[in-house]
Every structure is written in C-alpha cells, then in structure tokens.
Design a protein around this ligand. Structure first.
Ligand SMILES: Cc1cc2nc3c(=O)[nH]c(=O)nc-3n(C[C@H](O)[C@H](O)[C@H](O)COP(=O)(O)OP(=O)(O)OC[C@H]3O[C@@H](n4cnc5c(N)ncnc54)[C@H](O)[C@@H]3O)c2cc1C
Length: 799
C-alpha cells in the first residue's frame, strides 16, 4: 500500500486511542481515513498496560464513557473475529478508614443512578471474594461484579480490524515529522518529504502528543511518568483457584495498590505517592515495545504495602518489575477536543493511566465531535479548552505531573489542592491577600483564595463538617453586612473593539448587546444547538468598544467561539486578562467604604451600570453588581494599581471573603455557574435563563432554543437534615425514581443546612405550579436524605 497524497482524516498514533477513534469514525460512516503509526500498532504504552476496567467512577461523564467501553469490548470479538480478552471478574475496592468508605460508597450511589449494581460488603465477605488478602484493617469494601479486564493490545487490534474492514488504511513504520497549516487551519501532515493533505488531523500519540501538537503551534499540556507493576511466577494460592478461575481486580487505594491474577501468578501495581517524572528526552527516538529500567529502591515501599495486604507474596518469585511510560495531565483528567489554536486539528491524550478503560467511550465521543463539529455529550471535565497556553509551560508540567500520579487515589475532599507548580498565576493583589491570611487553592494555574482562616483552620480535610465552617460563616456575614473584598482577578477579560463590535456581539451573545454606554449586560454565549458555552457580563465602554468578563476557566473557550463567529465583522478582540484586577466589594457597608477611599464623589449607579472612579491612589471602573447576589460592587482596576486600591480599601475598613463564602451565597441566590449548572448541553431555558435571550437578534443558537420543549430544569434544593453534606454529583430521587443530580452544593449559613442547585427531570409540572415541592431524596454515600426543591432561589423560596 502506498501512502496517499490526500485523505479526509489523518489520525497520528496507532495506540488504543488512535485505533478507537479510527474505528468509531468509520462506524459512523466516515470514509477516506488514514492512520499513521511511527512503529507498530500498540508499540507505545498500550501493549504493556495492566488492562483493568472499572465502571464505578467519581463523575457521570467518566462512568458513561467506561460503561460504553465495557459493552463494546464484550462485543468486538463477535464483530471482528479478534478477541479482546474481556473477562468479567468483578472488582473489589477496600476501605481501611471511614473517609475511603464514604468515597467508594459515593461511587456506588452514582453508579446506581446509571443502573450499575454494586454492593457495599464487610471484611469477611471481602476475604471470601479475594481469599489471599489480609483484612484485619479493612472496615468495608465495595464489590462491583460487572467490572473486569481486557488484553490491551487485543483491544487495539480488534478496533483496528473493525476500522480496516470499513476501509480505514493503516500505515506502520510511518512517523509524522511535521504538520502543515493553510490560513491558520490544519492542512496536512509531513512524513519526511511526503505530504498527505488532509481536512482534519487527529493527534493520538500518547506520551509524544505534546511535541507533535507543537509542530502546528497547538498546546497539549501533558507529560510522562514512570509507572510500575510487578509480575510474579505462578503461586500455589492462585493455582488453587482452579483452571480458568480468576480473582476480581483488587483496589487497595489506602495502600496505593491494585492487583489481579496473571497467568496463575499475580500482577500488583501502584500509584505510589512519590512518583517519577519522565522527560521525553530520556526515551530513545526508536522507543518501541520497550520498557524503562526496573527501580526496586523506588518500588520497595509499595512492595512492603503489598506484602502486608497479600502475605502469599512472601513466597512468590517476582518475574519482573515492569516500568512503563504513561502520560498525565495537570488536573488528572484526560483531554480531548479540537485545538483552540488550530482549527481542524483534534487532540486526545493524557489518559492518566485509564486509557484502556476509556478508549472505547472516549474514542466514540471524539469521533462524534469530529463529525458534528461539537461535542455530542457532556464532556466538560475532559474538554481541552479548559487548558490555557499558560498551563502548557514545561516547568509547570515537570513539577506537577509526578504529584498527579501520586494522588491518583486521593479522596476528593473539598479543600484538596495540588502542592506542586504553585504560584504560577497570582492576582495583582496577591501579597495583600497573603497578609490577610488567605488560604489558596490552585485552579487553572491561578492561586485562588478559598477562605481567610490561613492554613490552621484548613486541615484536616474530611467529608464531614469542614474545619473552616465558622471562618467562612464570618466571611459570609461580612459579605452581607460589612464590606468584603472578593478577589475575582482570575476572571477572563476580553476587549472587543471595531465598527462592528455591537453587531458582532449581538450575533455571538444571546442577550441584547446594543445597550447604553456605561451599561453592563449579563448574557450567555450559545452553540448552534442552543447549549450554553459560557456565561459572562459585557460592559459597553464606547459605541465601538466593549469589555467582556468571563469565568476563569472559559477564556480559551470564548476566544475560540469568537474566532469562529467573527465572519466578515470588522472587529478585533484581545485577551486583556493580565491587564486588570477585578475586586468584588460585597455588603451593606460597601458604599461607605468605597467613598471613604477618596474625595472623588462615588457615582450614583443603578444595578448593572458602571462608571470611572478612583480608589485611593488608583483609577478604576466601578460597576453596580455582585457575584454573590448580595448588595455590592465590582471594581475593575489596572493591574499595576491594584495593590494601591487594595491598601486603600483595607484602610477604609474593608475585610475579605474567599470562594467558599461567595459559593455559599451564590447557591442561596440561585446564580448559575458554568461547569456546574451551565454546560454546552444545557439550554438557557433549562437553566431558567430564557429571559436573557433577545429573540430576533439572530444570535448563534437562536433557532435551536426558540420554542424548544423544556424537559429538565435547574432547581434550588434545601436539605431537611443538617447532617447531610453533599460531596459531588449526588443522584436525586423523587417517588422512588432517579430524577437528576446535584450540580453545586454548599453549607447555607442562613438556613443552618446544606443548600444545592440541581438539574432534575421531574416532577416538572409540580415545580412549575408550586413554590416549594417536598418529597425529594438525595443519596449521599449510599444514605438517602430528604430535601425540598424550588425553581426559585433558595433564599426566597425556603424562608
Ligand atoms: C504500567 C502501566 C499500566 C497501565 N494499566 C492500565 C490499566 O490497567 N487500565 C487502563 O485503562 N489503562 C492502563 N494504563 C494506561 C494505558 O496503557 C494508556 O492510557 C493507553 O495505552 C494510552 O494509549 P494511547 O493510544 O494514548 O498511547 P500509546 O499506546 O502510547 O499510542 C501512541 C502511539 O503514537 C505513536 N506515535 C508517537 N509519535 C508519532 C509520530 N510522530 N508519528 C506517528 N506515530 C507516532 C507511538 O508510536 C504510539 O504507538 C497503564 C499504563 C502503564 C504504563
């Protein structure tokens, strides 16, 4: 077969991910697809994976993707004649402390919402299921009978066979050496002197993906780590199970271990807390079906944990300590999507050691995205647009990635934050926040303040009453009755200028943008299907000049939308995020404090108006709006003057509040947040924001949302029991049926109980006609808590 000179789609990389994308594209009817593999199929990371596939996951998206993978891996042999090695062994996840048990029970609750049967069992039953383990310290476990394992190479080969039978052409020993662009869009790939022109290119090069993406100037922030497991020779205890019998997969997350039987012996792997990063420069250019060096000194603490859990290992002869490379991402979620920088270039990788389990579902999601030009399901947590170019700094990746592997099994506590690669993006008032006792968390590279109790009130983390509850209560009170500074400087700021600025924004945004000078409009940006891509405020500074303020994690997404929507409009837009600080000033005393900083008269502003102002030595704009729903202002200050403004505010009596306080007030006020209540799959009407759509202005998504039936709604939830503390994504029941999930939750200081926002599908008729509907139950870690719901904000509905 000779290399073509043109293909509709070129996929680079013949690991399990590239093969899955090719298979699913072809199955969806795409033709003219070429897969290019530098060496042989599966020769990178795929061939040596442990092959474990576990359905129970911490999020709805991951659970759905992996469920699909498992169904597919069970069927592929029938379709292709190539076995995948799928064996349904079940899995057993141990807990040796109450928090671990809570965490794995949360996964059971979420799984049940998707029809997955999993059971919480005691230590004795765990021992029955895995007779080789010591259970003295086990306080409970989860038995998930539908989990299993595959042979990773066979999965990839079955996928490639299915793709080939539908006409996909695979070329091995064919390394891509360059990428070509025309007018900024991807236009082809280079294999030495040979060029294949392509409409779309997909990078699925595992560990090598970041460097391949760079060939086109695209960002793919991932980085390698060494990843270890041991393989033993046959063990009598395993042989005693009988021929063809298997142990379930064992997860002992408190000891950083997983294990399964392997050819009558054992395979024991780890996510050790102090992992070893792997710069690409350490891999030879011809790395293929290769492994990294054994490192027993490094693995020994894990081996000791393994010996404690599985005493039979004492007698085992270790066949090898396998050390293979795998790539990880800054936030431990994989990434997929179209490059924000290079249209037509699709990227998928950073599988964080779950690439085999995810390949089926995520490969299908990627294929559908390529065909539709948009995600076809909820993929926010994996969407590549969450990463800004600032996050693709090699130094940050080198510092962070070993920690990501090391914290693979961490409990997802509120207040948990990575410790490495810190201080990358700091607010212009960072030193002022430090002096005020800020406790920072890293979010998207930014140092964000969660509360002002310092380190002392932050630990220990738990799923119960947080140690900072009283501290945050004081900050909430300050946001209501005092004047509390909320640092929102991480918000994205985009300046839009040009004669068509208004027309362009009216096309981009759902609300009316032709507002008076000095007005601020709240709006959403929608996709063509009517889903919310971002929610933002827009300030009109001049006839031809606007400033957009968007969520910190949405800047890349919004800029991409703007480039796609620009068309023939005469307009320029510039990311000026680093140029301005944004400080909220919330509370009944905010007006007095602002005026006390200067002799310039504070302008009289109605809600959603802004005007120039001075704070002490600094110039700024002051806007009358608040992120919390309380009385207050937002101040937009040039970065170099922000400290001067901060000092003046503090001198005038302002205090501080962090994200936990503003989150609690936001949820009580029913304010929706992107990534929680708002997502590309949610319409404004579902989110209760239909009133902000200016129908008739021709905005993107207008046709899709006009007259569309609303089958689900965002509601406010108030728990009846003060002991109910939601953790994440909890399923909601009504009349015995699952009707939705929690999207955000917080402690309400107003009610002395948890409040939440949630998306529900029922009972919509009752919610529409009653202010408050009783009879809901939210399942938190396998326990159900009664709750009431309303379409109105909690602080109005439940008083
Ligand atoms: C020790 C270990 C155990 C694991 N266990 C599990 C497990 O139990 N369950 C699970 O789900 N996951 C597991 N994983 C993770 C899983 O193996 C990976 O996530 C998955 O294999 C990644 O697949 P990929 O296709 O992205 O990458 P790869 O398999 O590395 O494929 C990328 C391909 O791209 C090719 N390539 C690179 N550059 C170019 C170029 N310029 N031109 C052409 N081709 C190129 C490479 O040669 C390679 O074949 C494990 C990983 C390790 C290391």
């Amino acid at each position: 077969m000779t290399l073509p000179t043109h293909a509709r789609t070129v996929i680079i990389g013949g690991g399990v991910i590239g093969c899955s994308i090719a298979y699913h594209l072809a199955r969806e009817g795409r033709t003219d697809i070429v897969v290019l593999e530098r060496s042989k199929l599966t020769s990178g990371t795929t061939w040596h994976a442990a092959g474990l596939v576990r359905r129970l996951r911490p999020s709805a998206t991951l659970t759905k993707l992996i469920n699909y993978s498992i169904d597919l891996y069970g069927e592929l042999e029938r379709e292709t004649g190539q076995a995948t090695g799928w064996t349904q062994t079940g899995s057993l996840t141990l807990a040796t402390n109450p928090d671990r048990l809570t965490n794995i029970k949360c996964q059971v609750s979420l799984g049940r919402a998707f029809g997955l049967e999993a059971e919480v069992v005691d230590a004795a039953r765990a021992k029955d299921l895995w007779p080789l383990i010591e259970v003295d310290d086990v306080i409970g476990a989860v038995w998930s009978p539908s989990d299993g394992r595959v042979n990773p190479s066979d999965v990839a080969l079955a996928l490639s066979k299915g793709a080939k039978s539908r006409g996909v052409k695979f070329f091995e020993d064919t390394a891509v050496t360059g990428l070509q662009k025309k007018g900024g869009r991807i236009s082809g790939v280079e294999i030495g002197p040979h060029v294949i022109e392509a409409d779309e290119v997909v990078i699925a090069c595992g560990l090598w993906s970041r460097d391949v993406a760079e060939m086109a100037g695209a960002h793919m922030p991932l980085y390698g780590c060494e990843h270890f497991y041991i393989l033993t020779k046959p063990l009598a205890e395993v042989q005693a199970l009988g021929k063809g019998a298997h142990l379930p997969t064992l997860n002992d997350q408190d000891a950083f271990l997983y294990a399964r039987d392997d050819v009558e012996g054992l395979l024991v792997g780890s996510f050790e807390p102090h992992a070893k990063g792997l710069p690409l420069s350490r891999l030879p250019a011809d790395f293929s079906f290769d492994l990294l060096d054994e490192d027993w000194d490094h693995f020994m603490p894990m081996m000791e944990n393994a010996l404690r859990r599985i005493p039979a290992l004492e007698q085992a002869e270790v066949r090898m300590l396998l050390n293979g490379p795998e790539s990880f991402t800054l936030d431990s979620q994989f990434m997929l999507g179209e490059s924000p920088e290079v249209p037509g270039l699709f990227l998928m990788g950073g599988m964080n050691s779950t690439g085999i389990a995810l390949a089926g579902g995520a490969g299908k999601a990627m294929a559908e995205w390529i065909i539709a030009g948009e995600p076809t399901m909820e993929l926010n947590e994996a969407d590549i647009r969450r990463f800004s170019p600032e996050m693709n700094v090699l130094g940050a990746l080198e510092a962070r990635i070993p920690e990501v592997l090391g914290r693979h099994y961490d409990n997802p506590y509120q207040g948990r934050s990575m410790e490495t690669a810190r201080g990358q993006r700091r607010s212009p008032i960072h030193t002022g926040l430090v002096a005020a006792g800020a406790r920072f968390e890293e979010r998207g590279g930014w140092e964000r303040v969660v509360h002002f109790g310092g380190e002392n009130v932050h630990f220990p983390l738990s799923f119960g009453i947080p140690t900072w509850r009283d501290q945050v209560g004081q900050e909430v009170e300050a946001c209501k009755t005092g004047a509390a500074i909320l640092d929102q400087s991480a918000f994205g700021k985009i300046m839009v200028q040009g004669p068509d600025a208004c027309a362009f924004l009216n096309h981009l945004c759902a609300a009316q943008m032709d507002v008076a000078l000095g007005r601020i409009a709240y709006t959403q940006i929608l996709n063509a299907q009517g889903g919310v891509e971002s929610d933002l405020t827009v300030q009109r500074h001049g006839a031809d000049c606007y400033l957009l303020v968007v969520g910190a994690a949405e800047v890349v997404r919004v800029l991409k939308r703007m480039r796609e929507t620009k068309g023939a409009h005469h307009v320029e837009f510039t990311d000026v995020t680093s140029g301005y600080a944004i400080l909220g000033l919330a509370g009944a005393d905010a007006k007095r404090v602002l005026q006390a900083t200067t002799t310039v008269h504070l302008p009289v502003l109605n809600r959603f108006q802004f005007a120039p102002f001075e704070i002490g030595l600094a110039r700024c704009w002051v806007g009358k709006l608040s992120f919390t729903g309380e009385e207050g202002y937002e101040l937009y200050i040039p970065s170099d003057m922000a400290m001067a403004a901060h000092e003046a505010l503090v001198a005038a009596g302002a205090s501080h509040a962090g994200l936990y306080a503003s989150g609690s007030l936001r949820i009580e006020s029913g304010y929706r947040a992107f990534g929680h209540e708002l997502s590309p799959g949610t319409t404004p009407q579902e989110a209760g924001l239909g009133a902000f759509c200016a129908f008739g202005t021709g905005f993107v998504g207008e046709e899709a949302v006009k007259d569309r039936a609303v089958n689900r709604r965002i509601v406010s939830i108030l728990f009846d029991d003060p002991n109910a503390i939601p953790i994440h994504d909890e399923p909601i029941y009504f009349a015995g049926q699952v009707v939705g999930q929690i999207t955000s939750a917080a402690w309400s200081y107003r009610f002395g109980r948890s409040v939440a926002l949630a998306m529900v599908t029922a009972p919509l008729d009752q919610l529409g006609t009653h202010t408050v509907v009783d009879g809901f139950a939210v399942e938190i870690a396998c326990s159900r808590f009664t709750a009431k719901a309303s379409l109105n904000p909690a602080k109005e509905a439940f008083v």
